[in-house]
Design a protein around this ligand. Structure first.
Ligand code: ATP
Ligand code: MG
Length: 565
């Protein structure tokens, strides 16, 4: 491709509405243009990246035996009513009405549509297992679209859905997708981790997220320093191996005026937050048990996903409001404690191993010190309800937990029979009896991958594309071509040679000074740069620079192909 015929549209200025580096660089390099909130156009240069990402995904999905198809973006409401999601999905679902007053949505995902296909098309276990996928536009009316295509409203997803006769078959499809995803992200040259994720209310089901590691990532990724345990923050198991200390202090009531938070409590008593117990009241799952107390060590945070999975706790998790707190404990939120409570008391393991601790006295402006389990209050129910913190023990072996930031680029999930049951998707099994299909779903945020790759690979000059997804693999930069026929001829020849060798090469034939040309190519992030000049030609040489090399080097003209192939 000749740069003069390709619409390159770069800018030096950092757009002031772009907060993270990938968004800034995508705009500055002219990969995308904003149309409206969460809506982006992929310009020719950006689309080249997107297509390369798609092709890698397509090749690996095909290799794993998945079959490509294409479903409509617009989906009838009736299907969503059958699955029960029309009422549940909330404002992220973009709903529309047609001229006949029929309701539709723009698909945020396609479980309903694919399950409808399966129930119509699949008759026998002999047709299984099957895995269908598509690469298609989704719409989610995100509450806070941000970071460009990282969290947009319209975006492209690869979504796959597997169908098997039983749990073992589902596990096989799931494992095959795990392997395919690793191959996909390996080929894209990304530093990523596959982590355990929460699988919601589906018991025993597996769920894994694939995260590209980057400081700006929205998600916390937890991993063990020894062994291969890794999970997202929602799922990472918190364990406590410390023994409970002996009770050594008497329980005492003390006045704590103006103390409303753990920090204020610790500061006023000159103790560490780890000696204070935090008591949170949440709504219970049952009318008979309207309130449940959740206890954490003062420095720990509640994990809402874990909490809402507890059978005693209402889902979605709802914190008790001031009125409910007052009617339960006769004090305000800052003074609640577990002593004398006659509601279920659920403590995190670390909270349950505290001794001589400090907690609210259930009277405003008062706290208790020297509190001990068994002696002063009954043993609590112990459950994992907190977020892990760095340094926690590895729940699956030796070593400790570390936390890094990640960008979720993919998700594989065992749906089981949730949708097939709701939509009555069955096939006849070996005995001729109807069996409900076991499903898995497997997503990759295709557009988000492009942003995540940049977030992980950039420097002050611009993007550093991994070779496999770079818009161009190489660029030929002639110096002063307008003045030198020899340079023009040599550059044209090099360009043709690279093209013939199958290299996706850009020929920067624009009448630009070398400095401007080089900085454009660095901003765009082309992996290999070859410079042709009169001076170099005299010695039959070429200047070469890899995008992340600290400096350029001079190579012999006939070494060019060896540099990249
Ligand atoms: P997130 O937690 O980031 O909202 P999700 O759990 O809603 O993601 P899935 O429903 O599993 O995402 O969708 C599959 C993939 O689609 C995600 O792993 C992500 O890469 C991508 N994706 C989801 N929402 C968006 C969005 N608003 N913009 C771009 N990509 C997205
Ligand atoms: Mg989401």
């Amino acid at each position: 491709m000749r740069a003069s015929q390709f619409h390159l549209s770069t800018t030096r200025e950092t757009p002031n509405d772009a907060e993270i580096v990938s968004h800034q660089l995508m705009l500055r390099a002219g990969l995308i243009r904003r149309l409206g909130s969460g809506l982006y156009t992929w310009m020719p240069l950006g689309l080249k990246v997107l297509r390369k990402i798609e092709n890698i995904i397509r090749e690996e999905m095909d290799r794993a035996g998945a079959l490509e198809m294409l479903m409509p973006a617009v989906q009838p409401a009736e299907l969503w009513e059958e699955s029960g999601r029309w009422g549940k999905f909330g404002p992220e679902l973009l709903r529309l009405t047609d001229r006949h007053n029929r309701e539709y949505c723009v698909g945020p995902t396609h479980e309903e549509v694919i399950t409808d296909i399966a129930r119509r098309d699949l008759k026998s276990y002999k047709q299984l297992p099957l895995n269908f996928y598509q690469i298609q536009t989704k719409f989610r009316d995100e509450i806070r679209p941000r970071f460009g295509v990282m969290r947009s409203r319209e975006f492209i997803m690869k979504d796959a859905y597997s169908f098997g006769i039983d749990a073992a078959s589902l596990q096989e499809s799931f494992d095959a997708m795990h392997i395919a995803y690793c191959a996909i992200f390996d080929r894209m040259g990304l530093d990523y981790r596959a982590v355990e994720a929460d699988s919601g209310s589906i018991g025993g089901a597996q769920s894994r997220e694939f995260h590209v590691l980057a400081d700006s990532g929205e998600d916390a990724v937890v991993y063990a320093t020894e062994g291969d345990y890794a999970a997202n923050m929602e799922k990472a198991e918190a364990v406590c191996n410390d023994p409970r200390g002996e009770a050594s202090l008497p329980m005492q009531t003390i006045d704590t005026p103006n103390v409303h938070t753990i920090d204020e409590l610790a500061a006023s008593l000159k103790v560490d937050a780890t000696q204070c117990l935090k008591t949170l009241l949440v709504k219970g799952s049952d009318e008979k048990v309207p309130v449940v107390a959740l206890l954490l060590r003062g420095d720990h945070q509640l994990n809402e996903v874990k909490a809402e999975h507890l059978p005693e706790v209402a889902s979605p998790l709802t914190m008790a409001d001031a009125e409910l707190i007052r009617s339960t404990v006769q004090c305000d939120a800052g003074s609640i404690g577990p002593v004398g409570l006659n509601i279920p008391v659920i403590a995190d393991a670390n909270a349950a191993c505290m001794s001589d601790f400090i907690c609210g006295a259930n009277t405003n402006a008062q706290h208790l010190t020297g509190v001990n389990w068994t002696r002063d209050l009954p043993e609590p129910i112990v459950r994992d309800i907190r977020n892990v913190i760095e340094g926690d023990a590895n729940p699956k072996g030796n070593g400790i937990l570390k936390i890094v930031r990640g960008i979720e680029v993919g998700h594989i999930f065992q749906l089981g029979d949730t949708y097939s049951k709701a939509l009555d998707a069955t096939v006849l099994d070996e005995n001729g009896k109807p069996a409900t299909l076991m499903m898995g779903c497997y997503g990759i945020g295709v557009t988000r991958v492009a942003a995540a790759a940049i977030e992980q690979n950039n420097d002050s000059a611009g993007i550093i594309w991994p070779l496999s997804i770079a818009p161009f693999e190489a660029v030929v930069c002639p110096v002063n071509m307008v003045k030198s026929d020899a340079v023009k001829e040599a550059a044209e020849k090099l360009y043709t040679e690279l093209k013939d060798a199958g290299v996706d090469v850009l020929f920067d034939d624009r009448p630009l000074r070398p400095g401007a040309m080089f900085s454009d190519m660095e901003l765009i992030g082309i992996p290999h740069r070859f410079v042709v000049s009169d001076k170099l030609l005299a010695n039959n040489e070429i200047e070469y620079r890899g995008r992340s090399d600290s400096e350029a080097s001079i190579i012999a003209r006939d070494e060019v192909l060896a540099k990249i192939i």
